[in-house]
Design a protein. Structure first.
Length: 202
């Protein structure tokens, strides 16, 4: 595992512990990772993440979003109706609503149900790919960038949790939401200006 991903995972685990958010990580079995790689074309960095920090029960908490990451055991079934058919075969072309065969769901918004997904169509030289989200319940899937790579996605989740220290976790006041977004933006710019420009987090 490369240092960027290792540092992002370490920062994420540390802030979860500091916030007192219960989370369980494991290590995905090599044979499962190999199977998922073959079926879903998972990029190297995401496979390394599952091997080192399989998110068995992990959900972030900020005033504006709660991201629940999928454990490796649920990855394949979560793609059914999206990148996989009911027979669990990869779709051959985009669906009528625009979901693409290269989009792999890795988490959900626990508040809205919207998916967070990798776009595996063009892995970068580090064996990583961008993470997007899209609003569910609409006529067409319209992807919005969340992070320029999965390693940056993990880092952004950690930074969001850090910025959220001191904010209420339930019954959040709208003013607190805006204050959080205003504080999160400059920190996000340090790591991923493209994600900041896309506007999902702020």
């Amino acid at each position: 595992m490369d240092s960027d991903l290792a540092e992002a995972i370490s920062a994420f685990k540390e802030v979860l512990e500091r916030r007192g958010v219960r989370a369980r990580f494991g290590k995905a079995p090599p044979e499962l990772i190999a199977s998922l790689r073959g079926k879903l074309r998972l990029p190297r960095r995401y496979r390394d993440f599952l091997a080192e920090a399989d998110p068995l029960d992990v959900e972030t908490r900020t005033p504006t979003e709660r991201v629940r990451l999928l454990p490796s055991a649920d990855l394949e079934k979560e793609q059914v109706g999206f990148a996989l058919t009911e027979a669990r075969e990869i779709i051959s072309a985009p669906t009528a609503r625009g979901w693409r065969p290269s989009w792999v769901i890795v988490g959900h918004s626990a508040l809205l149900g919207d998916p967070y997904f990798l776009d595996t169509s063009s892995p970068d030289p580090e064996g990583d790919c961008p993470v997007y989200t899209a609003m569910s319940g609409t006529d067409n899937w319209k992807p919005r960038l969340c992070a320029s790579s999965f390693a940056l996605f993990v880092r952004i989740l950690a930074v969001g949790m850090e910025v959220a220290l001191g904010f209420a976790e339930d019954d959040v006041d709208p003013d607190d939401e805006q204050t959080f977004r205003d504080s999160f933006g400059p920190r996000l710019r340090q790591y991923d200006p493209a994600a900041l420009k896309a506007g999902h987090w702020t």
